[in-house]
Design a protein around this ligand. Structure first.
Ligand code: SF4
Ligand code: SF4
Length: 355
């Protein structure tokens, strides 16, 4: 974490600790009150608990032009970003992605789509449906390592995080508490239940919370659809294509629709939100990631809708290119925040149990 932001975060945390007006707003303030001084690890933990709902900013009587110049959402957003960039493995990629995310995501999708086009031109097909275009073996040999790589990379990053915040042995109770909080996205309610302020001044709504929930549950449904397809292929001897009433379709189509709606709303809110209350320098990275996820959902649904047409091969190249870009970029994009948030919630449950 850059020293100036760390010092600024400490200064503001100390004022909040004396003020305590916002203690009911989210998990950050009760956690903050457990400390008298703020190490880099403590600020990192607090920053990863913060959802940038902005409730505390609009409640605060010490924001600019007051001499205290409090802006907790902004200082926490910057500390959070810094922590992800510092812990990312290999180092440096996350920083580059945050600066030029939209361009990198676009280039990765096009570049990987061209690779799939070339693979397709070499005709390693063998099967029905999509596998008549690119064989199942080819898809597996590309996507299995691409799926494992981000898990490995994120595992290293989370280990670094855990050491920095002084995490201890995780029990089922800690994990369960974090899981319930993450599943409900409780802290996105803004504490008062009115949600986040990503619209006009002093206007709160739960739209950001619902958009996050749509993306989260859509993603889980799509993941379940992929797993069900793998079980049917490998264990039930049922290779695709699958009917509309099969598990992959029944899970995948609603999942794709939820991601599409959730990402569209998140982009709309981000375009309206005040950049001064977040980390403005990572705007491109955040937009690049949400745009990539939206494109994956849209192209996946179009593959289903345009199944029998001549557009299918090209659309499949683009869809697979986007999915591959998503996997390989995951450790350096906003996608990583879900893993850090979970770790922060687990650590918070530990600290509450200790206090
Ligand atoms: S954000 Fe402002 S009102 Fe809230 S605890 Fe900090 S200083 Fe007090
Ligand atoms: S922005 Fe929201 S989540 Fe972050 S500290 Fe303020 S009230 Fe809590």
């Amino acid at each position: 974490m850059q020293m100036d932001n760390l010092e600024e975060a400490r200064r503001q945390a100390e004022i909040c600790n004396a003020c305590r007006y916002c203690e009911g707003y989210c998990a950050v303030f009760p956690a903050l009150q457990l400390h008298r001084s703020f190490s880099e690890g403590t600020i990192t933990q607090l920053a990863n608990l913060c959802h940038n709902c902005r409730g505390c900013y609009y409640a605060c009587q010490y924001t600019d032009p007051h001499e205290f110049n409090i802006n907790i959402p902004q200082v926490m957003a910057e500390a959070r970003q810094k922590s992800w960039e510092t812990f990312a493995w290999p180092g440096g990629i996350a920083r580059i992605f945050q600066k030029r995310g939209s361009l990198i995501a676009l280039a990765a999708v096009i570049g990987f789509a061209i690779i799939f086009y070339v693979i397709r031109a070499l005709k390693p097909s063998g099967g029905e449906g999509f596998y008549a275009i690119i064989s199942h073996a080819t898809m597996t040999s590309i996507f299995l390592p691409a799926f494992l790589y981000p898990l490995f990379s994120l595992g290293i990053s989370l280990r670094r995080y855990w050491r920095k915040v002084g995490g201890e042995r995780i029990t089922w109770d800690h994990f369960k508490s974090a899981l319930i909080s993450a599943g409900k996205l409780k802290n996105l309610s803004g504490g008062h239940g009115d949600g986040c302020n990503f619209e006009e001044e002093d206007r709160f709504s739960n739209q950001r919370r619902y958009a996050h929930q749509a993306v989260l549950y859509g993603f889980l449904l799509c993941f379940a659809a992929t797993c069900s397809g793998a079980v049917m292929y490998y264990f039930l001897n049922m290779p695709g294509p699958y009917s509309i009433f099969s598990a992959p379709k029944l899970l995948g189509i609603p999942g794709g629709l939820l991601i599409l709606v959730g990402c569209s709303k998140l982009i709309q809110l981000k375009l309206k939100a005040d950049p001064e209350l977040g980390s403005a320098r990572v705007w491109s990275g955040e937009m690049g990631f949400v745009g990539l996820l939206l494109f994956i959902a849209l192209s996946g649904l179009l593959l289903f809708a345009l199944g029998g047409t001549g557009a299918l091969p090209l659309l499949l190249d683009l869809h697979l290119g986007a999915v591959l870009a998503f996997f390989l970029l995951t450790p350096y994009t906003k996608m990583a925040h879900g893993f850090y948030r979970m770790a922060a919630l687990i650590r918070n449950a530990q600290m509450k149990a200790e206090s």
